[in-house]
Design a protein around this ligand. Structure first.
Ligand SMILES: C[S@@+](CC[C@H](N)C(=O)[O-])C[C@H]1O[C@@H](n2cnc3c(N)ncnc32)[C@H](O)[C@@H]1O
Length: 404
């Protein structure tokens, strides 16, 4: 592979914004990709993938490069040189790469790879947290799986089409995918592709949604005609799936504290042909209280650390901190305590997170069940989804039933 100057410079610009300015990787990449309209699919792929890779391996690469925050431009070129050297890519003779110590880089890599927190590139506190929560040997495996590149997974929108029709439409555009029996509506891409540009996407035939995330809506056991509340709906990944399972019959009320996310949900619902979705921003407690005792089904897709999805959001490893984790765990319990009142007698509720930590998952459910608000609820079932076992994102879901 030959390195092109303006592409490498774009990666360095992106890294500067992510590492030094604290901006989010996905937003930065979208911004940087607009720098030059002449860049083709491969160029864009190089910028996005290389930036994500370096963000993923930040601790390892910056330690090898012997650079510290805040990084100068020269530091970021050194980090880039580490990435290129470890991939066996010829370092160009530009002045930014003068004196790149190729042999030393390889030696340092071998040395640091013996220590998990460097090998897997995580801050000390996350490494300790994971090892304490899951045990050393399981954390070893799980963390390695969480650092793999995530595949692109689609969920077929059964309100509009079927799997075979979608497969055919994608194949006509040279996008090839395959199914997996454990995930009835999922199609996994063989190679990354910009699926958002396809006609099939514009027609609402699919959404991009990880396979593990696709397990959540079916776990709630919704039926057409029911009243279902999705209380932390965000931009609606799971609301749209619920609407499809309800076959557009009944009522789906999607709530969130952020109105702008619900706005996006509305647009997606329109494209998906999901007509039974109503969005309500949680502007005050009244919005929740009005729904007390009214829902057959309730989904609590709670805010969380996101430790199960760091393959997709590698920069969250560097942006998360212990104080955030504490706060989000308090919110999870508050949501369980208060929103569970939305359920009717004999109704069902799913509590879900995209975390693999027991303290955000089963322990929250147990605390809720032991509390006054949890009295009258029965634990039915749970699914702990680990990246190392499933090959997809880490997730948790618990099904609870309110007694009659
Ligand atoms: C895991 S995300 C939801 C993802 C979404 N369900 C999906 O499938 O695309 C959690 C959501 O909870 C929302 N949230 C945070 N605190 C909340 C609260 N107290 N009540 C309701 N929603 C809240 C966040 O805005 C965020 O959209």
């Amino acid at each position: 592979m030959r390195l092109h100057r303006n592409l490498v410079f774009a990666v360095v610009d992106a890294l500067n914004l992510i590492f030094n300015e604290g901006e989010y990787a996905d937003k930065v990449i979208r911004k940087v990709l607009k720098f030059d309209k002449r860049w083709g699919v491969r160029d864009r792929g190089f910028i996005a993938e290389t930036t994500y890779e370096i963000v993923r391996w930040k601790r390892l690469y910056t330690t090898i490069a012997e650079v510290k925050e805040p990084y100068t431009r020269a530091d970021l070129f050194r980090v880039f040189a580490v990435w290129a050297t470890l991939r066996g890519i010829q370092i160009p003779d530009w002045k930014q790469f003068e004196k790149t110590p190729t042999r030393k880089i390889k030696g340092r890599f071998d040395e640091l790879s013996k220590i998990r927190k460097y090998r897997e590139s995580v801050p000390d506190w996350i490494d300790e947290l994971g090892a304490n929560a899951l045990g050393e040997s399981f954390w070893d495996k799980e963390l390695a799986a969480l650092n793999e590149t995530a595949p692109v997974v689609l969920r077929v929108n059964t309100l509009k089409t079927g799997k075979q029709t979608l497969l055919k439409a994608l194949a006509e555009q040279e996008i090839h995918a395959y199914g997996n029996k454990a995930y009835p509506d999922a199609l996994i891409l063989k190679e990354r592709a910009d699926v958002f540009k396809t006609e099939a996407f514009k027609k609402g035939w699919f959404e991009v949604q990880d396979a593990s995330s696709q397990l959540v809506a079916p776990f709630l056991d919704v039926k057409p005609g029911q009243r279902v509340v999705d209380a932390c709906a965000g931009a609606g990944g799971k609301s749209l799936h619920l609407a499809a399972l309800m076959q557009n019959k009944g009522q789906l009320i999607s709530l969130d504290i952020h109105a702008h996310k619900l706005q996006e949900l509305k647009q997606r619902a329109k494209r998906n042909g999901a007509h039974n979705v109503e969005t309500r921003p949680i502007e005050s407690n009244k919005v929740i209280k009005k729904l007390y005792g009214k829902a057959d089904r309730l989904l609590l897709d709670a805010p969380c650390s996101g430790l199960g999805v760091i393959r997709r959001n590698p920069d969250s490893k560097w942006k998360l901190d212990a104080a955030f984790l504490d706060r989000v765990m308090q919110t999870q319990q508050k949501i369980l305590q208060q929103y569970s009142k939305i359920i009717k007698p004999n109704g069902k509720m799913v509590y879900a997170t995209c975390s693999i930590l027991p303290q955000e998952n089963r322990q929250q459910v147990d605390t809720f069940l032991a509390s006054e608000a949890g009295d009258g609820f029965e634990f039915v079932n749970e699914q702990k989804v680990f990246a190392s076992k499933s090959g997809f994102d880490g997730f948790y879901m618990a099904l609870l039933e309110k007694k009659g």
